[in-house]
Design a protein around this ligand. Structure first.
Ligand code: SF4
Ligand code: SF4
Length: 441
């Protein structure tokens, strides 16, 4: 661990490179208001798997009363980083910053097993590279379209494989024809603003129809849309997993790409990416060349629903007959505070009935790479969500993050209630174009 040698170690268990901040830890008054919305506490009722317990574990490590061993790390690995605890906390504890700093410490100061290291390395190498993800399209298409998938499912062979393999298989996106975007999409009518579109990695390769719908809706509402082709992964998965240095490299390259595009706003349609780019100022705070630029960049970042809900609609919305159950993505509702905007946009669609889910504050179990590294807990949360969706008898489930789309689809299928799961902007696009939901499936 070369990095460890370069970071002086404090008297406690952490090194001195941005340990979890004492002033944030001290804000926790142990009231427990966050416990009912914490997915792991809801599942297991273990204090050390609650936000309050995890903050206590950080404090103990800081004071040298706990070491960074496998049991201690396990409580942080089990955290989904959903930050539902932040929305619930009356004392304003910024748990997001605490868990991010803790995971970066774990990355530097704890050695995972060789198998775990390899699994994580492969996940990050693949999921943060649109080029590598693209290489998977043909094998996946072959698997899905030749009947191999059906055969494997019917044979029961899948059940013999390790749980992380079956989880990955269940989460595979159902591939459709790719819809590539031009670098610039002109606005319909008078231009309102020039905006940049963050393409995402999984979104760009496996949900290109969501990016295409985003550009069409923005253009219909008078925005010129620029999609810089050289933009890399924004680094969201890496930040949330404590892979700080690589995340910083990607953040710098993303800022460079959008500065060249000279746009008024930078728009994301993947909640995990959106919450990450809004925090670049924090990620690059020590970098003299980028700290100020990162602040300016983050100030321009908005979720697609924030931008659309803030301006009076220009394009006519045509009727769309659907019972739509709305699922709040954690990185949209908790990390970005975007809850009312998707609902107000869906309410603009004539004929659409919006259904509210119980337990809407609680994560579906997707959470970045969580459902790939903690499949059992993720499946439990997915099953719980599916059991709340099914009784509403929706015709479609709507959300704002590709990870949630995959997790909800897999969970609903496992529960025997397969349903289409679409992005909010796809429904708006269908309504503006006057096409049926069935044509999107
Ligand atoms: S981020 Fe989510 S899982 Fe982690 S402690 Fe907070 S509520 Fe619990
Ligand atoms: S709600 Fe806030 S102050 Fe109360 S226990 Fe949770 S983190 Fe601490």
């Amino acid at each position: 661990m070369a990095e460890q040698a370069t970071k002086p170690v404090l008297p406690g268990a952490f090194d001195e490179h941005h340990p979890p901040a004492q002033e944030i830890i001290d804000k926790c008054v142990h009231c427990g208001f966050c416990l009912p919305v914490c997915p792991t506490y809801v599942l297991w009722h273990e204090e050390m798997d609650s936000p309050r317990g995890r903050i206590y574990l950080m404090k103990m490590a800081k004071e040298g009363a706990a070491s960074i061993n496998s049991e201690w790390v396990g409580h942080f690995d089990a955290c989904l980083g959903c930050v539902a605890c932040m929305t619930a906390c009356p004392s304003g504890v910024d748990y997001g910053k605490l868990i991010e700093a803790t995971r970066a410490q774990i990355k530097r100061r704890y050695s995972r097993s060789p198998g775990e290291k390899l699994h994580r390395k492969l996940l990050f190498a693949t999921l943060t590279s649109p080029g590598r993800l693209n290489l998977l399209r043909w094998p996946m298409l072959t698997y899905q379209k030749t009947g191999l998938r059906t055969l494997l499912h019917r044979s029961g062979l899948l059940k013999l494989l390790p749980s992380f393999v079956t989880s990955m298989e269940a989460l595979l996106p159902r591939l459709a024809a790719r819809e590539d975007l031009p670098e610039v999409t002109p606005p319909n009518g008078a231009k309102r603003k020039r905006v940049g579109l963050l393409l995402g990695c999984v979104q760009r390769v496996f949900f290109s129809q969501v990016n295409a719908a985003t550009a069409r809706v923005l253009a219909a509402e008078g925005y010129e849309v620029v999609a810089p082709p050289e933009q890399p992964c924004c680094g969201a998965l890496l930040v949330h997993a404590g892979e700080e240095e690589r995340a910083q490299q990607l953040a710098r390259a993303t800022i460079d790409a959008f500065e060249r595009a000279n746009v008024d706003f930078i728009i994301s349609n993947a909640a995990g990416c959106g919450s990450n780019v809004k925090e670049y100022a924090h990620l690059l705070r020590d970098d003299p060349a980028y700290a100020e630029r990162a602040k300016q960049f983050s100030a321009k970042c908005k979720d697609i629903c924030e931008v659309l809900a803030a301006c009076p609609p220009r394009a006519e919305r045509k009727a769309l007959a659907a019972r739509a159950a709305f699922h709040d993505s954690c990185h949209l509702q908790h990390a970005q505070g975007v809850r009312t905007q998707p609902r107000s946009l869906l309410a603009q669609i004539p004929g659409l009935e919006l259904l509210e889910l119980p337990e809407s504050a609680i994560c579906c179990g997707s959470a970045g790479i969580y459902n790939l590294v903690q499949p059992e807990a993720a499946n439990e949360l997915g099953d719980r969500k599916a059991s709340l969706i099914a009784p509403l008898q929706p015709s479609v489930v709507v959300t704002g993050n590709p990870g949630c789309v995959l997790q909800l689809r897999a969970s609903l299928e496992r529960a025997g209630h397969p349903l289409p799961v679409l992005h909010t902007v796809q429904l708006l696009d269908a309504s503006i174009r006057g096409v049926s939901l069935e044509s999107l499936l």
